[in-house]
Design a protein around this ligand. Structure first.
Ligand code: SF4
Ligand code: SF4
Length: 120
């Protein structure tokens, strides 16, 4: 059974905060909204992506979806912005990145402050 996530309370004194590192139910990692930890967001250039799926394999949070065998949308609710996917993407782009306009890999890490909504 999936427990509905309750947003963390940031207004409580330290002795009333729920203790961390306690697993209260199996399969409960999905209920933790870890996307709010993110300071940098991975953005993929969909056109220049070769669909090798290395990023999907390497993501430690299973935050990269696959739809019909191809990389789908990021799960920004759970992506922590660790940058592993961008680091391990093996493809160097040949044109400027569709979002940043810079060269480099298919995935670029972009400051979260450049976006309005942390989950989209
Ligand atoms: S930044 Fe980290 S958590 Fe987010 S999709 Fe990439 S590998 Fe996964
Ligand atoms: S690792 Fe890079 S090229 Fe491979 S699927 Fe992911 S974004 Fe695309």
């Amino acid at each position: 059974m999936t427990t509905k996530h309750e947003a963390p309370r940031l207004d409580l004194p330290w002795d009333q905060v729920a203790p961390g590192g306690v697993v209260t139910a199996v399969g409960n990692s999905e209920t933790y909204v870890t996307g709010t930890w993110r300071t940098m967001r991975p953005v993929r250039d969909e056109v220049q992506c070769t669909q090798c799926l290395t990023c999907w394999i390497m993501c430690p949070d299973a935050a990269i979806t696959v739809v019909d065998g191809k990389v789908g949308p990021y799960d920004y609710v759970h992506c922590k912005g660790c940058g592993v996917c961008a680091e391990r993407c093996p493809v160097n782009i040949r044109q400027p990145h569709s979002f940043t306009g810079q060269m480099g890999k298919v995935i670029h890490m972009v400051p979260e402050s450049d976006f309005e909504n942390v989950n989209e």
